[in-house]
Write a protein that binds this ligand. Structure first.
Ligand code: ZN
Length: 193
C-alpha cells in the first residue's frame, strides 16, 4: 500500500514538473524567435513592406522578451535608428502599413505625434476616434500615457493628447490592450526564468 501511495505522489510530482517544463519551454519559445528574427532583418534591403510573421496585437506585431511585451515595429525602429529622441516620439511608418504589421527598417523612423498624425492623414490611415473616443488613442500613445502616469496628472495627460480626462482614466484603469495588461501583470510577478 505504502509503495503504491509513494508511486502516486511521485507520479503527481512528475506531472507537475512536466507542466512547469512545458510552460517554461513555451516562454522560451516566445522569447527565442522574435529578437533574432528582427536582428536578422536589420539590413533588409527590399523597398516592399516586411510583415511581422509572428503574433499580432491590435494591428501591430508584438512579442514577449524577458517577460516584457514589445511592439515589433518599435523594437525594430530602435535597433536601426537608436532610441527615440524624446519620450514623446512615436514610431512612424512611411508606407502607412503599420497596422498591417510592417516592420521594414527602411519604412520606420521616430516622429512626434504631430508629424505622425500628418503622415496618417496623407496615408488615409488616420484614426477616426470610434468607440466613444477610445480609438483616438493609438497603442503607442497608450503606452506613453502609462509611462507618464506617475509624473503627470490625468488632466495634464488629457491636454497633452487632446482627449478627455475620462479617456485617460479609461486607458489607465480599464479596457487596456491585452498585451499591456499582461505586461503590467508581468512587472508585478516577474518570471522566474
Ligand atoms: Zn512598410
Amino acid at each position: 500500500m505504502r509503495s503504491l501511495q509513494h508511486l502516486g505522489q511521485e507520479g503527481e510530482a512528475e506531472s507537475r514538473c512536466q507542466e512547469n517544463c512545458r510552460i517554461m519551454s513555451m516562454a522560451r519559445k516566445g522569447t527565442g524567435k522574435a529578437v533574432p528574427w528582427l536582428e536578422a532583418h536589420i539590413n533588409h534591403g527590399s523597398k516592399e513592406c516586411l510583415f511581422w510573421p509572428f503574433s499580432m496585437g491590435p494591428g501591430y506585431g508584438q512579442f514577449r522578451h524577458n517577460g516584457v511585451y514589445y511592439y515589433a515595429h518599435r523594437f525594430m525602429c530602435e535597433l536601426v535608428n537608436g532610441p527615440p529622441p524624446s519620450p514623446l516620439h512615436q514610431t512612424a511608418h512611411s508606407c502607412g502599413n503599420g497596422r498591417k504589421g510592417c516592420v521594414n527598417p527602411l519604412h520606420l523612423s521616430w516622429k512626434t505625434n504631430g508629424e505622425n498624425q500628418l503622415d496618417r492623414r496623407q496615408h488615409g490611415t488616420k484614426n477616426k476616434g470610434g468607440r466613444g473616443g477610445i480609438g483616438k488613442i493609438t497603442p503607442e500613445q497608450d503606452e506613453l500615457i502609462r509611462a507618464l502616469a506617475g509624473t503627470k496628472t490625468r488632466m495634464e495627460l488629457a491636454a497633452m493628447f487632446g482627449v478627455t480626462h475620462s479617456t485617460i482614466q479609461y486607458r489607465l484603469y480599464g479596457g487596456s490592450y491585452r498585451p499591456r495588461r499582461e505586461r503590467l501583470k508581468g512587472a508585478k510577478n516577474p518570471p522566474s526564468i
